[in-house]
Design a protein around this ligand. Structure first.
Ligand code: PHE
Length: 456
């Protein structure tokens, strides 16, 4: 494909919504609340915000500029900007990370479909907390049902991907993102008006810095990374479809604000409700799937219709958020196969979908019948999560910041960020400083910490 016939996003809003759709996902609604719960609430959020602003946004600008400058898939981008060098491995690692994340992410995304059906058929009603726990455990370890759902979820993603960039990704993001916001807002209002919700609100707003240690700080940085879809060239691939007058810095800001807002609003849905019915905020990754149906049930015990609506809406919201993220991961790998190996777009997408279904099946089974098959003590699901989120993404981000901060021609970086000098970007120098010094050092710290070499 030549530079000129490469597809583009049709509008500015489409650019922002598609990128925000990638960023907003299970990371915001499922992972953010449980990390916040595990790390003491407001203080964690405070540090998280600092990480998004200081590290996430500049690296997002870096990914954007690499993608738009090269107008290629992630691996091709490094090849174009640094021909014949080893930098292409950064892109390839990103593609691989995308494929691996998509495989296990789809398992959790599939669970959201099961929960939509459970909520819609009213099977939450009348269950005790213990029953919610055992039914989740029975479901997630069942050899068939989760596989069915993950396959369906990947086929849904596939369907949107083969429709192409503008007709597929952009059109669906334009519909889904606003719907997502509306549902979130309704749920926040419901949650904060529950009796006893104040304690949850306080948990989210009153920082207790005595609980902050190095680990909290580094966890917050890791979460920022995952949530903003950084480090694997996802936003880089999307930026290859940006037009040449897209303002990269402004887009990064908008995406960062939307992503952060959704995460915090998710906190405002979950914690007030959890405190209201006496559920511990540090319930961990199972928080949404085990605790929330129970929360909805008890919170609206007098009004079963509300319990019903509240729970259906929540899981629909989660599925929508996950879908716009799986689309973005799928696109990274599809664009790579399509452009580097000359497969048709459709065939490339089929390979990705097929491969992820197979790997996803192993991930799902690793939580049930294949529990005992482990590598380094981890089942397939946990292994992929560990290798991608804790190794590949930080490593990718580290290299991306070094690439733009040190390797790339300064003039090219300048002309991409300022659109050939037509934009005034007051934070330009700050972005470069962060990419050169702060980001590489900070990410190295996360990386080292997550590998357990240094425990701060
Ligand atoms: N940011 C997405 C989420 O919050 C996950 C994701 C990670 C998507 C990496 C693409 C790339 O759920």
């Amino acid at each position: 494909m030549t530079k000129n016939d490469r597809a583009n996003f049709g509008s500015k809003l489409g650019v922002i919504l598609a990128s925000a759709g990638s960023a907003v996902g299970l990371g915001n609604i499922w992972r953010f609340p449980y990390e916040t719960g595990n790390h003491g609430g407001a203080a964690f959020i405070f540090i998280y915000l600092g990480c998004v602003l200081l590290l996430g946004l500049p690296i997002m600008v870096a990914e954007f500029l690499i993608g738009r400058r090269s107008r290629a898939n992630t691996a091709g981008a490094f090849e174009k900007l640094a021909p014949g060098t080893q930098w292409r491995w950064v892109g390839r690692m990103g593609v691989l990370a995308g494929f691996l994340i998509l495989s296990y992410y789809s398992v959790v995304a599939g669970w959201t479909l099961e929960y939509i059906i459970e909520a819609a058929t009213n099977s939450f009603s009348g269950k005790t907390p213990d029953e919610f726990i055992s039914s989740f455990q029975a479901f997630s370890s069942n050899p068939w049902r989760p596989i069915l759902w993950l396959t369906l979820f990947l086929l849904g993603t596939h369907f949107i991907i083969v429709k192409g960039v503008e007709k597929g990704i952009e059109k669906y993001s334009k519909i889904m993102m606003p719907v997502l916001f509306i549902i979130i807002l309704i749920l926040v209002v419901c949650s904060v008006t529950l009796p006893g919700a104040e304690q949850g609100i306080e948990f989210l707003l009153k920082p207790d810095f005595s609980k902050v240690d190095g680990n909290v700080f580094l966890s917050a940085m890791g979460q920022a990374f995952f949530s903003l879809s950084l480090g694997m060239g996802c936003l880089c691939t999307y930026a290859s479809y940006f037009s040449k007058d897209t303002n990269l810095t402004k887009t990064a800001f908008s995406v960062g604000i939307i992503d952060t807002l959704v995460a915090i609003l998710a906190g405002f849905i979950i914690f007030p409700a959890a405190f209201s019915v006496g559920i511990q905020p540090d319930a961990g990754p199972s928080l949404i799937f085990i605790t929330l149906p129970n929360v909805f049930q008890q919170a609206f015990s007098g009004v079963p219709v509300l319990a019903y609506l509240f729970s259906v809406m929540f899981y629909v919201l989660l599925a929508v958020a996950a879908l716009t993220s799986t689309i973005s991961m799928h696109e990274v790998v599809t664009a790579y196969l399509h452009e580097e190996f000359k497969f048709t777009r459709k065939r490339a997408a089929q390979i990705v979908t097929g491969g992820c279904i197979v790997l996803g099946i192993f991930c799902s089974l690793s939580l049930g019948v294949m529990k005992n098959v482990t590598v380094f003590g981890l089942g397939m699901f946990n292994l992929l999560d560990f290798v991608t989120a804790k190794i590949m993404l930080p490593l990718g981000g580290l290299f991306i910041s070094i690439f733009t901060g040190w390797y790339m021609n300064k003039k090219i970086v300048w002309s991409e960020i300022t659109n050939d000098g037509t934009l005034r970007v007051p934070v330009y120098k700050l972005i470069i400083f962060i990419l050169k010094y702060i980001a590489p050092i900070a990410i190295s710290c996360i990386f080292i910490n997550e590998l357990g070499v240094i425990k701060l």
